[in-house]
Design a protein around this ligand. Structure first.
Ligand code: MG
Length: 507
């Protein structure tokens, strides 16, 4: 555990903590507490006692490994014949693999807001990619899964790429993580050269490796990132082997520009993209081996997934990179076709999740926080809309999952909805309000391209046509109408419930 753990600035979930404590201590004591203003310590002690009574030893650890821009078709167990991923393939053989699992955005920052809050990114106040010179990030008013678990007594760590705001109030250790080690944003947000006006969304400083607010190295040697992340993750697991822990491990790669360590770079005949994925796979193996060595396999739910679909290869920022594959899905990172948002997902919890099981349910990263809350015996925040749902019963083989809609947002714009086998790209005849994102302030044409209009709806039967090649709208007008009505009502409600982006006066 970080020695500075006790002194971390932490947003207190006062209302949630006190409510939980009062529930657990009973209404009589609750009234006494309210009337007598018993010190916070008493309330927390009750909460702690109640947590202990539920059996702290029964609460699982959670490890979330979050690849960056990994395509649906880029793991062996998802059909890749060019990238070798023996550890992830083995993890799938020991756990549950999802065929229809989604990121909640087709690009980085919003997807990270969603995985940590259980809320669609636009609802959580992070609709677009964040750049280091911007003064916005994940609002403090959002409650993250790290805060929830930290208040419940878990040790928490974020190791890897944060990308939910560079200014200090938005950083990981102010969102419930005991410590952060990694990159504060994407590895392509390099030092800005003044002559390159169109790259002004980059930083004025070298790309830093950070430990909380301290710069460890700048510019960071990106070849070393996956190894150094892995070493810190192993240390965190070892240090917290005797207490519940939550490790959030968002890798930097295979995001462009790609770098691997000496052992991996050039190892694959298929280029740098493959090299980085194979090193991420190695890292997964190291973590799983560590859990096994410590006897934590049956106490730890490990999740592996990706923040969005694969990017294209090419030369960017003077460096040649190779791209991934969406495994036969249409589209890729940056759009709401399946290839942009459907991602690999593997859940492993030995003795709890059936080995080699397959789930075809439409599920998403929004579901992680509610699932972890249920499995740890905690309650989700009750003062806000949570878009995800617990899939604990599905994981544990207790019950099938009821069908639920999934909404595909690009920034603030709802572009598609899925219910069961049907996916509708809704008709869009007007662009949404222009965003304050630097992305668009510097690239006006990009806003129009991203928030593309859709003159006519497109309907796809994903069971029969997961590549979204045959528009079935004309043959199923009833389905089009049903999904269109559902989508517009949902978006109407969400747009009135979304948290405004928070901008600081100065970064
Ligand atoms: Mg990404």
């Amino acid at each position: 555990m970080s020695p500075a753990r006790a002194t971390r600035p932490r947003k207190r979930l006062w209302r949630d903590v006190s409510e939980r404590a009062l529930d657990r201590c009973g209404r009589t004591l609750g009234r006494a507490v309210r009337s007598a203003f018993v010190p916070l310590a008493v309330i927390l002690a009750c909460s702690h006692f109640a947590s202990s009574a539920t059996g702290a030893e029964e609460r699982p650890n959670f490890v979330v490994i979050f690849a960056d821009d990994l395509g649906y078709g880029d793991l062996g167990v998802y059909g890749s014949e060019r990238i070798r991923t023996p550890h992830l393939d083995k993890m799938a053989a020991e756990g549950m693999r999802f065929t229809d699992f989604y990121a909640a955005a087709p690009f980085c920052s919003p997807s990270r807001a969603a995985i940590l809050t259980g809320r669609y990114p636009v609802r959580a106040g992070v609709p677009y990619v964040l750049f280091p010179t911007e003064s916005t990030g994940l609002p403090q008013a959002e409650i993250t899964v790290a805060e929830l678990l930290s208040e419940a007594g878990y040790a928490t760590a974020a190791i890897g790429k944060w990308h939910l705001g560079w200014p200090k109030p938005f950083r990981a250790h102010r969102h419930g993580f005991d410590f952060f080690f990694g990159l504060p944003y994407s590895n392509d947000m390099l030092k800005w050269e003044p002559v390159e006006i169109r790259r002004a969304q980059h930083a004025f400083w070298e790309l830093p490796l950070m430990e909380d607010d301290t710069v460890v190295e700048a510019p960071v040697n990106q070849h070393t990132l996956t190894k150094r992340y892995t070493e810190r993750a192993v240390s965190f697991i070892r240090e917290n082997r005797d207490r519940p822990f939550f490790l959030y491990f968002p890798h930097t790669f295979p995001h462009n520009p790609q770098y691997a360590s000496e052992e991996f770079e050039g190892r694959s005949p298929h280029g740098l993209y493959s090299d980085t994925v194979e090193e991420v796979d190695w890292s997964v193996g190291v973590l799983l081996d560590t859990l096994g060595e410590l006897g934590l396999d049956e106490q730890t739910l490990v999740v592996f997934t990706s923040d969005n679909g694969p990017t294209r290869g090419g030369t960017r920022w003077g460096k040649r990179s190779s791209g991934g594959t969406a495994g036969g899905l249409r589209g890729r990172k940056g759009n709401t076709y399946e290839g942009g948002m459907r991602v690999p997902a593997i859940f492993r919890w030995q003795g709890k999740i059936g080995a080699g099981t397959l789930a075809r349910d439409a599920t998403s990263i929004l579901d992680l926080m509610p699932t972890f809350a249920e499995l740890s015996g905690e309650e989700m925040p009750r003062d806000r809309v949570i878009d995800g749902r617990s899939i604990a019963d599905l994981l544990l083989g207790k019950a099938e999952l009821a069908e639920a809609p999934f909404f595909y947002y690009f920034g603030v714009q709802l572009q598609a909805v899925r219910v069961g086998r049907w996916k509708l790209h809704i008709r869009r005849t007007e662009l949404p309000p222009h965003s304050a994102s630097l992305w668009y302030l510097q690239n006006d044409d990009l806003f129009t391209r991203h928030h593309r209009l859709q003159p006519e709806p497109e309907l796809y039967d994903l069971d029969a046509d997961r590549g979204e090649t045959q528009n079935a709208a004309a043959d199923h007008p009833d389905v089009v109408e049903r999904l269109d009505t559902l989508a517009r009502q949902f978006d109407h409600d969400l747009q009135r419930d979304k948290r405004p982006q928070v901008f600081l006066d100065s970064p």
